[in-house]
Design a protein around this ligand. Structure first.
Ligand code: NAD
Ligand code: UDX
Length: 447
């Protein structure tokens, strides 16, 4: 099948490359001329493991190409995907739909013959109706259907998630569009991925509901972690204990500095806002948003406490800046708020991230960047691990300690083993467990 992908960011590029890999003929479009020029030269604009190879292979096989001109992609395409950004609208937390509207107008101008317009961007219920209205107004005679096909991939595991998803959700209001979508996703059925067909509005809401539920799961375990610290329990074991219950499941129960990224923060707010428009108060989602926001400053206070009550004039080494490992994405990364709060409390920040430092430089000010984890620790009064990159898991602890001015480690992802840290002489503070203090060799008593 011939596919046009409007928007070649994380979702558009990964989806486009994966559809091409399944044998479809895909043209990826973007308004960003630099991005398209780079892609044509084989330069991948984002860090996503395996994507460079996947793109190169499919370009070589003539199944994947790039353009800034919709007219080179849309008229011959049977399915035209909208995969543009839907960021938080400034001021009110709603999803900003301007890029979706613009894409719809451009598709309307370029399309020829029966076309299925597939919205892959995360959007509020009713956006499909809006897209249909825009196209119908511009092209009253055109033959087309508008479908909702939300994307559930995670950054850092995007290709695997796309090719072997737990499910594909397709919201189609007519049989003809449903058949096109079934054909498009047929290769995935070989990977045993179920395709759930729904109506369009249900598919749109399913995406927000999934993200809000996952954000709730994380926020719930983060609150349990706070309680663990007070009562002397271990959140990792609590998470295992509850996760073994199949009704709960083990995933998304890692306590940490609060969720970040390009999706959960904006999608939870957008769901809350659109529910308010319909007169529905989503109190659970509202609490999740508020609790997660507050958590980032709470993490900064945890660092201050670990430093004996003040970070004024102290050097804090930060390991990991991106919102999660295996991505260079800094959007809504907890590191931004935590570092900001520490700086306001008078700390100097030295930071290192294996991949995200170029993006981080656009978000953070007055941060000194190190060349590796040991360089980062040099002269530091405390070291804070914010993002759990694999490269930080097996650090030479003796070498790390020797670099530091004071042996204080605040591990916001529970990567290290408390006893081992204490054995190496660190004062070790984690999330959802008692701090281990080298001075006593034991965990700090409760109460
Ligand atoms: P992104 O910012 O990485 O990419 C969007 C791209 O669209 C940009 O390159 C931009 O230049 C381009 N664009 C904007 N208007 C255009 C137009 N009129 N014509 C052509 N190109 C245009 O965004 P993303 O992270 O890929 O997210 C896209 C959508 O998918 C959002 O709604 C997001 O919520 C959703 N989503 C994202 C993820 C994720 O992990 N990033 C996962 C699932 C769903
Ligand atoms: C998320 C959704 O998982 C994905 O389905 C959707 O399509 C886009 O949004 P992503 O933002 O790429 O994907 O990453 P994800 O792995 O979900 O992590 C989001 C945030 O939650 C990160 O900051 C991560 O560190 C945090 N998280 C995740 C936790 O703190 N604990 C966990 O157990 C899981």
């Amino acid at each position: 099948m011939r596919v046009a992908m409007i928007g070649s960011g994380y979702v558009g590029l990964v989806s486009g490359a994966c559809f091409a890999d399944f044998g479809h003929e895909v043209v990826c479009v973007d308004v960003n001329a630099q991005r398209i020029a780079d892609l044509k030269k084989g330069i991948i604009p984002i860090y996503e493991p395996g994507l460079d190879r996947l793109v190169a292979d499919n370009v070589a096989a003539n199944r994947l190409s790039f353009t800034t001109d919709l007219n080179e992609a849309v008229p011959t395409a049977e399915a035209v995907f909208i995969a543009v950004g839907t960021p938080e609208r400034r001021g009110d937390g709603h999803a900003d739909l301007r890029y979706v509207q613009e894409a719809a107008r451009e598709i309307a101008r370029a399309m020829a013959g029966y076309t299925v317009v597939v919205n892959k961007s995360t959007v509020p219920v009713g956006t499909g109706d809006m897209v249909e209205g825009i196209i119908r107004e511009a092209r009253p005679e055109a033959e087309f259907s508008v479908v909702s096909n939300p994307e559930f991939l995670r950054e850092g595991a995007a290709i695997e998630d796309f090719k072997r998803p737990d499910r594909v959700v397709v919201g189609a209001n007519d049989e003809r569009a449903k058949q096109v979508m079934a054909e498009l996703y047929r290769p995935l059925s070989l990977n045993a991925a179920p395709v759930l067909f729904t109506d369009r509005r249900t598919a749109e809401l399913t995406k927000y509901a999934a993200n809000a539920f996952l954000a709730t799961k994380i926020t719930f375990i983060n609150e349990i972690a706070d309680l663990c610290e007070e009562v002397g329990a271990d959140v990792q074991l609590v998470a295992r204990g509850i996760g073994m219950d199949k009704r709960i499941g083990p995933k998304f129960l890692n306590a940490g500095p609060g969720y970040g990224g390009s999706c959960f923060p904006k999608d939870t707010k957008a769901l809350m806002r659109s529910a308010q428009d319909y007169g529905v108060a989503m109190r659970i989602v509202e609490s999740v948003v508020a609790v997660n926001d507050a958590r980032k400053t709470a993490m900064a206070r945890k660092v201050v406490k670990a430093c004996g009550g003040s970070v004024q004039g102290k050097t804090i080494a930060v390991l990991g800046l991106t919102f999660k490992p295996n991505t260079d994405d800094m959007r809504d990364s907890p590191a931004i708020s935590i570092i900001g709060a520490l700086q306001r409390a008078g700390a100097r920040i030295r930071a290192f991230d294996p991949v995200g430092m170029e993006q981080a430089k656009k978000e953070l000010t007055d941060v000194a960047y190190a060349t590796d984890a040991y360089d980062c620790a040099h002269g530091a009064d405390a070291l804070v691990l914010i993002t759990e990159w694999d490269a930080f898991r097996a650090l030479d602890l003796a070498r790390l300690k020797q670099r530091m001015a004071a042996p204080v480690v605040v591990d916001l992802r529970n990567v290290y083993r408390a006893e081992e840290m204490a054995r190496h002489g660190f004062d070790y503070v984690r999330v959802g467990g008692r701090p281990h203090l080298a001075s006593t060799g034991r965990s700090k008593p409760v109460g």
